[in-house]
Ligand binder design. Sequence first.
Ligand code: NAD
Length: 437
Amino acid sequence: MVKETEHSDINTKGIAVIGLGFIGLPLALSYSMRGANVIGIDVIPELIDEINQGISHHLEQYNNLTIRDILKEQLTAKRFIATSNYYEASQQVDTYIVTVGIPIKDGVPNYTYIDSACNSIAKVLKEGDTVIIRSTVIPGTTEGRIAPLLQMKSGLIPGQDFYLAYASERIAEGRAFVEFESMPIALGGINEESAKRAKEILTIVTKAEVTISSIKTVETAKVIENIQRDVNIAMVQEFARFAQAFDIDTQELIKVANTHTRVNLLTPGPGVGGYCLPNAFYYLEPRAESLGVSLDLLRTARNINDGVPSAIVDRLEQALGTIHGKKIAVLGLAMKDYSNDDRISPPIDIVNILLSKGAKVFAYDPAVITTYDFKYPSLYDCVQDADALMLLTMQEEFRYLDWAEVISKLAEQAAIFDAKNIISLEMLTDGIKLLRI
Ligand SMILES: NC(=O)c1ccc[n+]([C@@H]2O[C@H](COP(=O)([O-])OP(=O)(O)OC[C@H]3O[C@@H](n4cnc5c(N)ncnc54)[C@H](O)[C@@H]3O)[C@@H](O)[C@H]2O)c1
């Protein structure tokens, strides 16, 4: 349990966190753990019911407590409750923190959810309230879209009648509680007073530096922070392809290059997934287009990363001769290691390509809760007599597997694609081929 902030430090009547997803729920609990009165708002009734029963499927932890433990503790202490009723919440809060996203579909941003959340806030907004946007947005959204929307619906003027600020959210799923506290925050206010007020709210949770800049700068910085990672990953994917063609080991190549004190190459994986990195380019692109700026390098990097799942299936196909009719065991469906998040997940893309080529896919992931026709509850049923095994993302359970035993269940002449460098040559039996990135 964190030391509760002195009550006098909590300079707010109550905080509504809008959107109770991967960011919103742990953020809401981070405030209530420190003594603030928090109401979480979401539009999914089943999610509200689950949360109010103390259930969360996220894998976040803090001080050896799971997010479920923390949630139950805060519900019992009556410092946190979830609702879908903006009006009821508005009677108990003077601060709104927005964590509703802008999904990308076919490269196009969908503003429906964030617009709807801001409309709902505007209907209940009172003079003197504070609105802090923490969602990742197309640069220019807070001042060009959200401020006018809030003003039009509420009749209140941002910066004059209520405070409005943008503070990007930079935490990584799986480390949310710790990083809400330790990750430096970039903040922009619609005016100086708004930035000052938002900083007071943010520092209830964060112990890290809060840097104040213009809203446009902070919105853009968030997007390019993610894009630089996307580009770096695309670069190592190309290095990996070169290494394969040149018959040298990619991991060793990167390790050697990284002995240079000014080089820090990332490790290539089965593709780039999740809500943040693959979407980032599509947040910058519309603004760049309207400004007449070309983003050729960034687009190329995005295309390279988008193409990784199909390049991986091609390699497996070469090793097997054909994919059609083969039983393929896929371990790990999450978008990254040790995650339950399967949104924009390269393993799911890989499975879909395999299915489109006529494979029989048997996938296993103990953390992902989504049901799929190709997902099974037993790892051993998946690998039994499989023609190929693909280890794509890690879960705790995979760390402790007896891999020699798993491999012994595969068909003779099976191929293994190990994206995680867990399986060593010594574990293989005769006839089994090992492919790595
Ligand atoms: N997930 C990450 O690791 C991460 C990291 C940094 C920043 N971000 C950004 O944070 C934001 C949230 O991401 P997330 O992963 O938590 O998304 P999420 O999809 O898990 O959560 C968003 C929640 O908002 C809810 N919602 C939709 N419309 C609503 C409305 N009108 N009112 C109230 N709730 C509504 C949805 O039901 C959902 O539960 C995004 O902008 C994302 O880019 C995410």
